[in-house]
Design a protein around this ligand. Structure first.
Ligand SMILES: [Zn+2]
Length: 391
């Protein structure tokens, strides 16, 4: 990517037919299977023979794979390469962290709910300045050509800007989307001179170093309550019965609604942070999961990673910086004097330093530590978007 350009995503709703949707689900299933198999191969090659299998090695095996398992013929070749690249990136990120002394976030096997997209990595012929076959919209902009899936109805509610690079087909909240990533000129927001640390929590959605508590929206909480009631209804009804089927449908509908509301809330919160701050620091979830693992956190984790993804996309477009820092001890370290010990945290909510007596809300203290760590990391970090930092 050139210096003065950035990536912008354009998202359009897709309306696949039943067979097209079935083919899309099948593509998700196969690409996920490939990712998990590739991870398995890397792990066992290392365990059994101490051998390192590279992404390149695995790419070379794709032809043989298609011969042995012909169902993979149903997936476009670039789409099949992409999970291997994803895995390769996950490995590289992991080893970059190891180099910095953090052994966390080893690539994990993907369950179905963590695998919701597949990608065409080239949709534009740069030399000739025209669309390639995958992802090419029809002239009337009513359909998109998706190889091996078909010509899928699409709503282009706004025009594409810039030079299209990739097309990702995403299944989100029960709906399908075409997400084009385009190269566009940078559109930086004027600097504000402000930096912020963000701590995510289970009681509050987020707490900032400015002392702001971002609450989970009320309608979201109500929706979750409703969902629990409906799920209990399903459990009560007789298996195979019509009344149960109806109840299951209601659960799915509520799920979808909550999913959309959460997405909307994440967009708004990220937009606000990006408008107000030049630098936004948050904890690196890959690391924090290892440190503070509990059930509530691992459930919230899906939501947070979605939020941080949205945040870094908006930040990259606006020329802001998002830094993911090692969160270890951020809740035990005194923001004033640096003294770090467990006894500083006298309760879930309160922080009182045993060395200097500094007293503060525990979450605000943690978010200030996160910001502090980002400050260290900023030196020697270049480029926009997410940087992984250990300080
Ligand atoms: Zn202190």
């Amino acid at each position: 990517m050139e210096e003065n350009t950035t990536h912008k995503t354009h998202k359009y709703r897709l309306y696949p037919t039943k067979p097209q949707e079935a083919a899309m689900f099948e593509t998700l299933r196969l690409t996920r299977q490939l990712y998990n198999a590739a991870l398995e191969q890397r792990i066992s090659a290392y365990k059994k023979q101490g051998k390192t299998v590279t992404g390149y090695d695995q790419q070379k095996e794709l032809t043989a794979l298609k011969k042995a398992c012909p169902e993979f013929e149903a997936v476009y070749s670039h789409v099949l390469q992409e999970p291997l690249e994803r895995l390769d990136k996950a490995y590289k990120r992991f080893f970059a962290r190891v180099k910095q002394g953090v052994t966390a976030g080893f690539p994990r096997f993907k369950p179905a709910q963590r695998w919701n997209s597949f990608k065409f990595k080239e949709v534009w012929d740069k030399k000739k300045g025209r669309w390639l076959t995958p992802g090419r919209p029809t002239d009337d902009r009513k359909r998109i050509n998706i190889p091996k899936i078909g010509s899928v109805k699409c709503k282009f509610h706004r025009p594409l800007e810039g030079t299209p690079k990739t097309l990702q087909i995403v299944h989100e909240c029960g709906e399908w989307y075409a997400v084009y990533t385009c190269e566009v000129p940078k559109n930086p927001l004027p600097a504000t001179g402000s930096s912020v640390g963000v701590d995510v929590g289970t009681t509050w959605f987020a707490i900032t170093s400015d002392g702001e508590f971002v609450e989970n929206p009320r309608h979201l909480k109500n929706g979750l309550k409703k969902l629990r009631v409906q799920q209990r209804t399903v459990a009560r009804r007789k298996k195979g019965g019509n009344r149960r089927k109806k109840a299951v449908k209601l659960v799915a509908k509520t799920h979808q609604k909550i999913c959309r509301q959460r997405l909307d809330f994440h967009h708004k919160t990220a937009r606000r942070l990006v408008n107000e701050h030049d630098v936004i620091a948050h904890e690196d979830l890959k690391v924090s999961n290892m440190v503070k693992s509990n059930l509530a956190r691992s459930i919230s984790d899906v939501g947070w990673s979605q939020f941080f993804d949205i945040l870094s996309l908006k930040a990259a477009d606006a020329g802001r910086k998002v830094i993911a820092v090692d969160p270890r001890h951020t809740s035990q370290r005194c923001h004033q004097c640096g003294h770090t010990c467990r006894e500083n945290r006298i309760s879930q909510a309160r922080f009182v330093c045993v060395a200097c007596g500094h007293s503060e809300n525990a979450d605000i203290n943690a978010s200030r530590n996160i910001l502090h760590r980002a400050g260290h990391a900023l030196h020697g970090v270049n480029g926009s978007g997410v940087s992984h930092a250990v300080a």
